[in-house]
Structures are given as C-alpha cells and as structure tokens.
Design a protein around this ligand. Structure first.
Ligand SMILES: CCCCCC/C=C\CC(=O)SCCNC(=O)CCNC(=O)[C@H](O)C(C)(C)COP(=O)(O)OP(=O)(O)OC[C@H]1O[C@@H](n2cnc3c(N)ncnc32)[C@H](O)[C@@H]1OP(=O)(O)O
Length: 525
C-alpha cells in the first residue's frame, strides 16, 4: 500500500470500531476515477446531536425516578425545558429494556428522533440572560442555562441522560457528566502521576451552543477506569480541565496517547492535545524511494481525502512522509517520460484533482515536512493550511520546474503567489529556487522550522491551534480565501490538461526530462 492511513487512536481493548481497521479492510480502487469536486460547505463535525436516552437500572448513583412529570422547579425555571422534558419522557416510555448488571448502567436507544434542541430566546449561550428562578445549576456555570435538559432535571427525575453519541458499544458505563455532578465530585485518591496512568481522553459532544460535551479519560489505576469531565458547550473546550482543577494533573499526563502515536520524543502535554485524539488522521506518504507522485499514489490520496472528508469523526489531517529524508519528490517523471498522450492526460487530471481537493478541503491540513520537498511535493505542502519543516539543510523546498526545462502551470504559480507573495514568487519561480529551511521560513514558504524529531509533535500543536477555531467559520473563511484560485483551474481544466499534454509530449521536453532522470540516476551511482 502506498499510503498509510493512521488514525491517532489509542490501544483500548474494547474501543469502538476502529477506523484504521475499516480502512485496511476496505478494498481499494485500483484505477483512477474522477471524483466530483465538492466545494467545502458548512459542516458540523461534532458527533452529538443532543438526543437523550433513558438509562435503566439501579446504578449506585441513580436516585429513584419521580412519580412523573417535570419537576416543578424546572417548570418554573424554564417552560421550554419543561415541555421538552415531558415530550422526551413520553417518548421514552416505550423504550426497550435490557438486562441490568448490578451497579452499572445500561444505555437504551431512545425512540426520540434526531433533532436539534431548540433554544429559548431566554436561554442564550453563555447564560447572559438566564431564566428567572434558575437554580444553582444555572448560576454555577455561565453555559448551564443554555441546555434545556439540565443536570438538575436529570438528577431530580432520577433519569440520567446521555447524548446519542454515547450510545456506542462501550465496555464501561459512561454517563453524562454535568456541572452539578462534577462540582461536587470528589477527586479520586491520588495515584502516581506517570504517563501510563492516564492513557487517553475522548471528547463527546460538540461546540455548538446548547450541547453537552464530555471528556472521557482512561485511568488505569482508578477503580472505575474512567475519568469524566463535562460541560455545556459554549464553554471553551480547550479549557475544560481547568473547570475541574483536580483533574488537570491527570489530564496533563495523558499526552502518552495521541502524542505518542506521532512522536518518538516526549509528547506535548497540553490538554488541548487530548481533544485531537479522535479528530486527526495522519496520512503518511509511502512510495519508496522518494514518494514520487505516481498515478497510483495520486489516486490513493484523492480517495483517502474524500473518505476522511466524509467521515465526520475527522477534523484534520497531518500529512507526512514515511520515506526517510524525502517528503515528496514531486511528479513521478516516469509517468510522463516516454508515455502516450492519453496516459499523460490521465496523470495530469489526477494531479489537478488532488490539488483541488487539498486546496479546498474542509479539513485542516497540516504538512509535517520531514524531508526534501521539491516541485510537486512543494505544491502538496502549499495546498495544506500549515507547514512545519524539519530543520535540515538537505530538506529543501520550492518549485524548481524551470531547472527541468518545464514551466509551472498557472495554478501552481497562483498557489505560490498566494503563499509567499508576487515578487518572491516571480524570483523563485524563474530561478527554480529550492529553499533551505531557514530561507523557506523567512520567505514564508513554511510556518515553522523545528528540529527533525519535533516535526510531528509541532504539527500536532499547530493542528490544535487550527482546530481551536469553530469549523464552520474556519471553513467558510478558507473557502473565501481560496475559491477564486481554484475556480480559475475549474474553468480551464480541460485547456490546462491539453496544454500539459502537448507540452510534455514535445520531443524537446521529452529529451530534457529523460536527461534529468538520467542525471538523477547517475548521481546516485
Ligand atoms: C506544462 C508543464 C507542467 C509541469 C508541471 C510541473 C509540476 C510539477 C513538476 C514536478 O514535480 S517535476 C519533478 C521534480 N522533482 C525533482 O526535481 C526532484 C528530483 N529528485 C531529487 O532531487 C532527489 O531524488 C531527492 C528527492 C532530493 C531525493 O534524493 P535522494 O538522494 O534521497 O534520492 P535519489 O538517489 O536522488 O533518487 C532515488 C531514486 O528515485 C528516482 N527519482 C528521484 N526523483 C524522482 C522523480 N521526481 N520521479 C521519478 N523518479 C525519481 C531517482 O532517479 C532514483 O532512481 P533509481 O536510480 O533508484 O532508479
């Protein structure tokens, strides 16, 4: 396989269906199929539609259910919440029951349709205008009044609620963790603060207003094995551990999870990294010896990108190389040397498709450039949102087409100009400059230059920065910035293909490409 799909996941024994294995099992398309290009639209990548389900059983912490109806205090606090509660309770009455293990809780799929929780005009995010008479829950946290299914309601009714996202095959009971609960929740007795004691954190929920979120961490030495932090969205999720200060120490040790999967060095320990665990895929280019962009690799990349875009679990991709010393050597010259025009056309269409998909991707793309990055490799990197380059003078980056006797097409030029500006591009393109790291940073071709062993972890921290922004705002802004450039190619795609084919199929160009390839081979000898 040319491309490794590596979801940043952690080795929980009973973790829900792994995307990695799904990818691996899936049969790959072997031939290039032009895929319809989708302009990134608004998408909420958060999994939780806050639909609530009843949890059966006599869990230790489950108070007995009330005789019926919404609690009076709740009705006074929020008529909307009260109405919602009544309708959900009604809908839940017919829910199927499951066998109950003593002392645990079981989730039962609710009959409620998936639908957004309506917001009362009086219940605004941030709790600026609170419902009159709102109790401690609303006061205890600014976001608490935004969700009609308040923790108070759940507690008072004896019915515990969980977002539908939680109704997954978990081995351990998970519960909705709410403000009241964690405010009064005592920390577990402290255990050792070594990395291995907290393996992972998962975030359930979303950043939309009126949504709960929940962070689940696996703690090996805690009897329940699960740490939960929760909140109401509108909270800054990245600050979540702060809400529950005693847990911060635990959470900070959790870098062993996602970071370890990426880096051989000590992983960063910012709480935000924890959020990345479920949302970031790492794609490693692997087409030895130099990750030349063969037709097969281009096809794989396009398919993988589309899959990840359609999988709402992912919000970002870190693109890196699995080949030592080379990120990507650019176009596979053997795909355009001595080939017929039809093949060259097919190849170029695949290149266009990849650029369009990457350039307009709704995901955050971070290039972790851990090797040389000339020509087409540079274009792959420039299509990402952010570039981190390893500090090695041999790892040069730039568009060196002119040195091969070929000319970068207008959309490569546009991408260059959009990144480093007109004058710098004019100079660099004509000279075919390949920049060493320090110069690449200076000219703005890359965003960070870091020691080689920190490329992956820095890429992850950059990803954290980008993912801290709400998806829809970032996506629409990206689209606004890049659409015109992409549209230009979309309008002239066929003409661009014809231009490429007629150019590279010229005898003189074929000769110079052959000579260049020969030079590369001899250099090796
Ligand atoms: C209308 C016209 C439109 C033009 C569109 C232009 C768009 C993009 C242009 C391109 O991308 S053209 C490709 C430009 N690429 C390069 O110039 C890079 C050339 N390669 C290198 O500089 C080096 O290989 C490297 C990437 C710095 C790695 O160096 P290293 O010493 O590690 O490896 P080598 O010994 O040089 O190479 C190993 C092996 O790989 C072959 N090879 C290298 N690059 C390519 C390539 N781009 N395509 C195909 N094959 C490549 C090289 O010949 C060696 O082969 P063997 O000797 O092992 O057979």
């Amino acid at each position: 396989m040319d491309l490794i799909h590596c979801c940043v996941r952690w080795p929980w024994k009973n973790f829900p269906t792994s995307k990695t294995s799904l990818f691996q099992k899936e049969e790959r398309l072997r031939h290039y199929n032009p895929l319809p290009l989708t302009v990134p639209a608004f998408s909420n990548r958060m999994p939780a539609q806050c639909v609530f389900s009843r949890i059966e059983g006599k869990g230790k912490r489950s108070p007995p259910p009330p005789p019926g109806g919404a609690p009076a205090k709740l009705a006074a606090a929020s008529p909307v919440a009260s109405r919602k509660w009544r309708s959900s309770a009604h809908a839940l009455r017919g829910a199927p029951r499951r066998a109950q293990t003593p002392g645990s809780v079981t989730y039962v799929q609710s009959n409620l349709p998936r639908r957004p929780v309506p917001r009362s005009p009086r219940l605004r995010p941030g709790g600026a205008a609170r419902a009159p008479g709102a109790g401690r829950t609303a006061r205890s946290h600014p976001g608490a009044a935004t969700c009609p299914f308040s923790a108070k309601m759940a507690l008072a009714s004896g019915v515990r609620f969980a977002p539908r996202a939680l109704l997954r095959p978990w081995s351990s009971p998970v519960e909705l963790f709410h403000h009241d609960r964690y405010r009064h929740h005592e920390p577990p007795a402290p255990v050792h603060y070594e990395d291995k004691h907290v393996s992972v954190v998962k975030v359930w929920g979303g950043t939309e207003p009126s949504r709960y979120f929940l962070i689940t961490a696996r703690i090996h030495k805690w009897p329940s094995g699960i740490l939960r932090l929760g909140g109401i969205n509108g909270d800054d999720i990245s600050e979540a551990p702060r809400v529950c200060p005693w847990a911060r120490r635990w959470v900070q040790t959790a870098s062993a999870g996602p970071a370890a999967a990426l880096s051989t060095g000590a992983g960063p320990s910012l709480p935000l990294f924890l959020l990345l665990a479920e949302w970031v895929a790492v794609m490693k280019l692997r087409n030895p010896p130099v990750n030349a962009l063969s037709l097969e690799l281009l096809t794989e990349l396009v398919i993988s990108l589309e899959k990840l875009e359609n999988d709402k679990t992912f919000r970002g991709i870190i693109l890196t190389s699995d080949c030592p010393r080379v990120f990507c050597a650019g176009l596979d010259l053997t795909e355009i040397c001595g080939r017929n025009p039809a093949h060259c056309a097919e190849y170029w269409k695949a290149m266009q498709e990849l650029w369009l998909r990457m350039y307009l991707s709704s995901l955050v793309l971070v290039a972790a450039i851990n090797g040389a990055c000339p020509a087409g490799g540079c274009i792959i990197a420039l299509s990402c949102d952010c570039r981190v380059l390893a500090d090695n003078p041999k790892y040069r980056i730039g568009l060196n087409e002119t040195l091969l006797g070929i000319i970068a097409p207008f959309w490569l030029k546009d991408t260059y100009v959009n990144t480093i500006g007109h004058r710098a591009s004019e100079q660099a393109l004509q000279l075919g400059s390949l920049f060493p790291p320090a110069e690449a940073l200076q000219v703005g071709l890359v965003d960070q230059v870091v020691p080689e062993d920190q490329v992956q972890s820095t890429a992850l921290s950059e990803m954290a920065r980008w993912l801290a922004v709400p998806d829809h705002a970032r996506q629409l802004t990206k689209n606004m910035m890049r659409k015109a450039t992409a549209d230009r190619l979309l309008r002239q795609r066929d003409a661009d293909t014809q231009n490429f084919v007629s150019f590279v199929c010229r005898d003189s160009i074929q000769k110079s490409l052959q000579a260049y390839l020969e030079k590369l081979r001899q250099r090796k000898g």
